[in-house]
Design a protein around this ligand. Structure first.
Ligand code: DAH
Length: 337
């Protein structure tokens, strides 16, 4: 047996494959399941014990030599051809990771805050009809409050318009679901406004709607206070000012206390320390009726807020246009949030 092994050793040492395929044939011939080495081990099993020690060591050496040959040549055949025009000493340039848009970040935060107290998320179309955007919300044709929101109409068909607020989703949701209703509708809205640091023709709102038996104004106030604390910090204070919206009665505007610590605070709060963040109220019984809900049995509250406004307050952004310009230097600042 020693003789066979020695002659195998010679063959292996002198073997030099020309390419990968040659090497693979060699590997299978010697190391394969039915290969030469396997046969040797089978033979080895039947040897008398006193021979096993020496022969075992020799077979192992042979095995190592074969394996080494395979490794050496596969390295050689897989060698990377180095392109001499590439400078490998250059520092690595990291891939640019994208980031969420600040509007999406704030929208997700608002959704999460209300999710935690049982609100689901709903949506509706951006191209709306008069009924869902106006009439069902207690804004019949010729109602003067329609002028509060400058609307983009399709010229040939005044029944088709771009929704001016996400309150339209309230209507759709109530038409299709029975109370109890707790839903939040974020989305894009459109108004025919000239573009400035404080106004844009496209922006985003979140609408909230809660309808059940015995819903009261105090539920609304507590929910909004909870929201302000989650969004702006535990010390946040809010105040409600009486206001008017056709779809709620009574209606209110909600301010958050911003503080008066420096000149900027005086400027943005017009010297009051308070900043308006949303509109709200108890859903007008007419709206409930329009949507097929009995106002004698159910009551509800609704609120609507601008996402840009919340984002501007939260991140100290002074110009609304920044959100739509896609300036990478602006967007990059939100990559860690
Ligand atoms: N839709 C109003 C707007 O766009 C915001 C609003 C106010 C929504 C009061 C409401 C509400 O649900 O109750 O200005």
């Amino acid at each position: 047996m020693i003789k066979t092994i020695n002659s195998l050793k010679k063959t292996i040492n002198s073997f030099s494959p020309k390419n990968k395929e040659d090497l693979e044939v060699f590997r299978i011939k010697y190391l394969g399941k039915k290969g030469v080495l396997n046969d040797l081990f089978l033979e080895f099993k039947n040897l008398p014990n006193e021979e096993k020690k020496t022969i075992g060591a020799v077979i192992n050496d042979l095995k190592k030599a074969i394996q080494q040959k395979v490794v050496d040549y596969s390295d050689r055949f897989n060698e990377v051809v180095i392109d001499s025009t590439v400078d490998f000493s250059k520092p690595v340039r990291l891939n640019n990771l994208g980031s969420r848009h600040p509007i999406s970040i704030v929208k997700n935060q608002i959704v999460e805050i209300f999710n935690n107290v049982g609100f689901n998320v709903s949506d509706g179309p951006e191209i709306e009809d008069d009924w869902h955007n106006f009439s069902a919300l207690n804004l019949p044709e010729e109602h003067p409050a329609r002028d509060m929101q400058d609307t983009f109409f399709i010229q040939t068909n005044p029944d088709v318009l771009l929704r001016t607020h996400t309150s339209s989703v309230q209507v759709r949701y109530m038409e299709n679901n029975k109370p109890p209703i707790r839903t939040l509708s974020p989305g894009r809205v459109y108004r025919n406004e000239s573009i400035s640091a404080r106004a844009h023709c496209i922006f985003h709102q979140v609408e909230g709607l809660y309808v059940d038996e015995n819903v009261s104004f105090i539920d609304l106030k507590e929910t909004l206070l909870y929201f302000a604390k989650e969004m702006f910090g535990k010390k946040s204070k809010i105040r409600l000012r009486p206001s008017y919206f056709p779809f709620t009665e009574p209606s209110a505007e909600v301010d958050i206390y911003w503080g008066l610590n420096n000149e900027d605070d005086y400027r943005i709060t017009k010297g009051t320390g308070w900043l308006e963040i949303l509109g709200c109220g108890m859903v007008d019984p007419n709206v409930l009726t329009n949507c097929g809900i009995d106002p004698k049995k159910y009551s509800g509250y609704a609120f609507g807020m601008g996402i840009e406004r919340i984002a501007m307050l939260k991140y100290n952004i002074t110009d609304l246009r920044m959100f739509y310009e896609n300036d990478i230097r602006f967007l990059k600042q939100f990559s860690s949030i």
